[in-house]
Design a protein around this ligand. Structure first.
Ligand code: CTP
Ligand code: MG
Length: 234
């Protein structure tokens, strides 16, 4: 069985909006509703539950405005819980509630509303073999490492080895819980889940992601997301 953890407990500071970015409207619906709906509609019978991790005090709002409009009878179990200070704390709160019988966990940012079913299923497929898979796309720009003090280039990284890492990221349940426990024990904070798995020395497979699966982070991203939805005809 599979559990889905959707971290949506951030504050959206880089969006510079008075409202939490998850609830900003994207085609007349909150961003998080789009993300929720993709997972709520998955027909995969192995999905046991979806755990939405939201900011403190936003649970009721999320249940009423995001979950209820798309809940169906054959739907897996839904848990809406409150998160923590950093994304890593929020995901960990979600992992603590994963049911006993679950073998695999799908982690996906609430702020990535344009994820496709295809990418989700492909990432699950690879992780079911290797225990750990992330979706990613090749970088388009040249990326350089710089010295922030002197504002000079340290080195130019080889582009054909670089990817933009996205979510979903899918892991064997025992492995991801062990990775999170290890990270907290060693006081490590990573910006994605697979980093914590890498820190255990475990291999992480990379699955072809989708350039349209952007994370809504700054105001420009919302403009791009609206255009993508327009092109999709929705
Ligand atoms: N997230 C979370 N709990 C946190 C911080 C982030 O669940 N304490 C979630 C966000 O809600 C988002 C995802 O992790 O869906 C990716 O994080 P990010 O894009 O950084 O969102 P925010 O932290 O909300 O934005 P910002 O960093 O600009 O404040
Ligand atoms: Mg953040």
């Amino acid at each position: 069985m599979i559990s889905v953890v959707l971290p949506a407990g951030g504050q959206g500071k880089r969006m510079k909006s008075s409202q939490n970015k998850q609830y900003l409207m994207l085609n007349e619906e909150p961003i998080l509703s789009h993300t929720w709906r993709v997972f709520a509609r998955l027909t995969c019978v192995f999905i046991k539950e979806i755990i939405l991790v939201v900011a403190d005090g936003e649970q009721q709002f999320c249940e009423d405005e995001v979950v209820k409009p798309y809940i169906s009878e054959k739907h897996p179990e839904v848990k809406v819980i409150s998160g923590g200070k950093e994304r890593q704390h929020s995901v960990f709160e979600g992992l603590k509630l994963v049911s006993e019988e679950v073998e695999m966990v799908v982690i996906h940012d609430g702020a990535r509303p344009l994820v496709s079913e295809d990418v989700i299923y492909q990432t699950i497929g690879v992780a079911s073999e290797s225990k750990s898979a992330i979706s990613a796309v090749p970088v388009k720009d040249t990326i350089k490492m710089i010295n922030k003090n002197s504002n000079t280039v340290e080195k130019t990284l080889s582009r054909d080895q670089l990817v933009y890492v996205q979510t979903p990221q899918v892991f064997d349940k025992e492995l991801i819980i062990k990775a999170y426990e290890n990270a907290f024990k060693k006081r490590m904070i990573g910006t994605d889940d697979s980093y914590l798995v890498e820190m255990l020395g475990h291999n992480v497979d990379v699955v072809q992601g989708d350039y349209q699966n952007i994370k809504i982070t700054t105001p420009e991203d919302l403009i791009v997301a609206k255009e993508i939805l327009k092109e999709r005809g929705s």
